[in-house]
Design a protein around this ligand. Structure first.
Ligand code: MTE
Ligand code: MO
Length: 197
């Protein structure tokens, strides 16, 4: 399945659509991590989804690889003001992980190997808006960029795209994650410039 973001028309300048307010374009791919890069062996990797009843759904690396894979190209926007157009990814839609999950809670908290967390409403991760990705530009995702697998939520600022993702739990309230506790906006829409509190 291929998805080409409708905003992608090759090289553009600041006057063109696709660049949110206050952002500049970069061709490079900066690395931004709050701590050291964890090294996770795919033999031990697990993605776990925990619901409000305490029920856990988990996927091993092989199970993850055997889920329906999507390849897509999207623009990404970091709150520190860089945007990068036309990034190409491969991974599994969050819709796929939720297929057999029973939950009525409207919020989630994602967590990573290494301890990073970020909160996301269900409406921002379902219906083709978020993926667990393991390839960038046709190659296995580098550890510095979140490999072996990271969350990707391209329509929100990039801090929401948790690197080294390990799982999520359902929440009835929109509790803040790591950066949201440290001054970043609870939601993070780049088109509304939801940068800080
Ligand atoms: N686990 C984890 N995920 C994270 C971060 C982090 O420090 N730890 N930083 C976030 C921020 S602020 C940004 S801008 C992007 C940077 O991703 P990159 O290093 O691949 O550019 O990852 C996000 N995901
Ligand atoms: Mo960031």
């Amino acid at each position: 399945m291929g998805i080409i973001s409708s905003g992608f028309r090759g090289r553009r300048n600041k006057d063109q659509p696709g660049l949110p307010p206050g952002q500049y374009l970069t061709e490079s791919f900066p690395v931004l991590s709050a701590g050291p890069t964890p090294r996770i062996d795919t033999a031990e990797w697990e993605f776990q989804l925990t619901t409000e009843t305490g029920q856990s759904h988990s996927w091993s690396w092989d199970e993850f690889q055997n889920l329906p894979q999507e390849e897509f190209t999207v623009d990404i926007h970091c709150v520190t003001s860089w945007s990068k157009f036309g990034t190409r990814w491969k991974g599994v839609s969050l819709d796929t992980f939720f297929q057999d999950v029973d939950t009525s809670h409207p919020y989630t908290m994602f967590s990573s190997y290494g301890g990073y967390t970020t909160n996301l409403p269900m409406e921002d991760i379902l219906n083709g808006k978020a993926w667990i990705v393991h390839q960038f530009d046709g190659e296995d995702l580098e550890p510095a960029h979140g490999g072996p697998a990271r969350l990707l939520v391209p329509h929100l600022y990039f801090w929401k795209s948790a690197k080294w993702v390990r799982g999520l739990r359902m929440m009835d309230r929109n509790d803040p994650g790591f950066w949201e506790t440290n001054g970043y906006n609870l939601h993070g829409d780049p088109w509304l410039e939801e940068r800080y509190w």
